[in-house]
Design a binder for this molecule. Structure first.
Ligand SMILES: [Zn+2]
Length: 463
């Protein structure tokens, strides 16, 4: 099938370090990639305890392996370093500094520069990928706060800062300036994890930190009502009965009941609106900042949780489409394979008298992750092994794509970020679902999960 839809691929520079730049770009060109996205980092093999496992375990992906080996291995410990010398004077407004360190011998820090040059030579766009809200050595006072006053405790997929923390935001803006001036020839920027969390059930009850309270006040939002209604749901969810679980499922079939609840607990609407305002205002600030740095040509892409989680994470794609050139909701089905258990175990801990299967039936329905298990148990939900089918049907993602495309309504491009860590039959279906949906193209996360067979599938179904 011939299609003009956009295709971008996230390529970690370690693959150029391993496979060589021509091999990597020949592969990218062969599938019709029109853009690459990269992190400004390089690496070398490390040791357990010193380096970091690659690929990342994401809390419980113990069997997770990359498809394309690095230094001969599909799981490896890597020592990763910044590919550029940070300009520390830019970070003076923040207590945080990037960790530069000295360059170990045997690492070519120019690899990202070479990738940018090669992509340009082949007519591909280049997008930079940064983490503005993951400052090294994050302090407790900059972390999101749950409604009960506690903060996220490890293990977490990521320990990131509240977007309204001035210290974290100063670090994030300095990082953007530092990296984007260093790599000023790139076409686009992704600021990853610039949103509120949703990996844990508690995350939906953040952030009520003092920084957020102050910002909400500036926006004229009634923080007392927000706190009152977020607390009401927190209490309700800690005292569930089977009947209440059934009632919550009934709401999905009877949406006017949800309206009735929100009429009486409007603090939840203000809360979601506040989180969306926070994310959108960060993107606006970055946009203005890039313009002020004479980087008007750098397009912003908004990458975050897809529906339904984005409502709580603050990724308001409708509003972001006015600031960004593209919105890129993540279709990371391996994480969503584990979410019913991650949320479910928390619910069970809070409500020990509930049945595991009832909890899971409810969560799967609420998150719209339909699967074929007859009697659901926590053992069904984990980050799958490389060839293991993911429980939710791939088709369940089509409705999310259509929803985002309609919200964006042509004001920005809609390129979902499809994660290639899923078995080949589901990879085929995912490509077909995205290709045949209303979106304008897709990004693939990431080259390392594209085995030669998966590249071939992409070539056949997309190009
Ligand atoms: Zn906060």
């Amino acid at each position: 099938m011939d299609t003009e839809k956009f295709l971008g691929i996230f390529v970690n520079p370690i693959y150029v370090q391993n496979e060589g730049i021509q091999q990597v770009f020949d592969n990218l060109e062969s599938v019709g990639a029109k853009a690459i996205c990269l992190v400004p980092r390089v690496a070398r093999p490390g040791e357990k305890g010193k380096g970091r496992r690659y690929p990342d375990l994401h809390m419980d992906g113990y069997e997770r392996l990359v498809a394309r080996p690095v230094w001969g291995k599909r799981e490896i410990y890597l020592e990763s370093i910044l590919a550029y010398e940070p300009n520390l004077s830019l970070y003076e407004a923040s207590p945080y500094r990037p960790v530069a360190g000295s360059t170990p011998t045997g690492i070519d820090r120019e690899v990202p520069d070479a990738m940018i040059a090669e992509a340009k030579k082949r007519g591909m766009q280049v997008h930079m990928f940064l983490h503005p809200f993951i400052p090294p050595g994050i302090r407790a006072e900059d972390q999101p706060m749950y409604v009960d006053g506690s903060i996220p405790q490890p293990p977490q997929i990521v320990l990131n800062a509240c977007l309204n923390s001035p210290a974290a935001q100063a670090y994030g803006m300095a990082l953007v300036e530092d990296a984007m001036l260093r790599y000023s020839g790139v076409d686009g920027l992704f600021t990853d994890w610039a949103e509120y969390g949703a990996y844990r059930l508690e995350d939906h009850f953040s952030c009520l930190c003092p920084h957020c309270e102050g910002k909400a006040g500036e926006q004229g939002l009634d923080w007392d009502v927000i706190r009152r209604d977020v607390t009401a749901l927190w209490k309700w969810i800690h005292s569930l009965t089977p009947r209440e679980l059934e009632r919550s499922r009934r709401l999905l079939r009877n949406p006017s009941e949800i309206l009735e609840l929100l009429t009486h607990y409007p603090g939840w609407l203000y809360f979601l609106q506040f989180k969306a305002n926070t994310v959108v205002s960060f993107y606006r600030k970055v946009r203005q900042f890039l313009d002020d740095l004479d980087l008007e040509a750098v397009g912003l892409s908004a990458r975050g949780w897809p529906p339904p989680w984005n409502r709580s994470s603050g990724m308001d794609y409708r509003a972001l489409s006015e600031v960004c050139v593209a919105v890129t909701p993540k279709l990371f089905t391996f994480d969503y394979s584990a979410l019913p258990r991650w949320y479910g175990q928390t619910l069970l801990a809070w409500n020990p008298e509930l049945a595991e299967s009832e909890i899971l039936d409810t969560l799967v329905e609420w998150m719209s992750l339909p699967d074929d298990f007859e009697r659901r148990s926590f053992a069904n939900y984990h980050i799958p092994a490389p060839a293991e089918l993911h429980p939710a049907k791939v088709e369940a993602y089509r409705i999310r794509l259509d929803e985002v495309a309609e919200q964006v309504h042509g004001k920005a491009l809609c390129y979902p970020f499809a994660h290639a860590y899923l078995p080949e039959p589901q990879w085929k279906r995912m490509i077909a679902v995205i290709r045949d949906s209303r979106v304008d193209g897709m990004w693939v996360q990431m080259y390392g999960y594209l085995s030669d067979q998966k590249l071939q599938i992409l070539r056949e179904l997309w190009k």
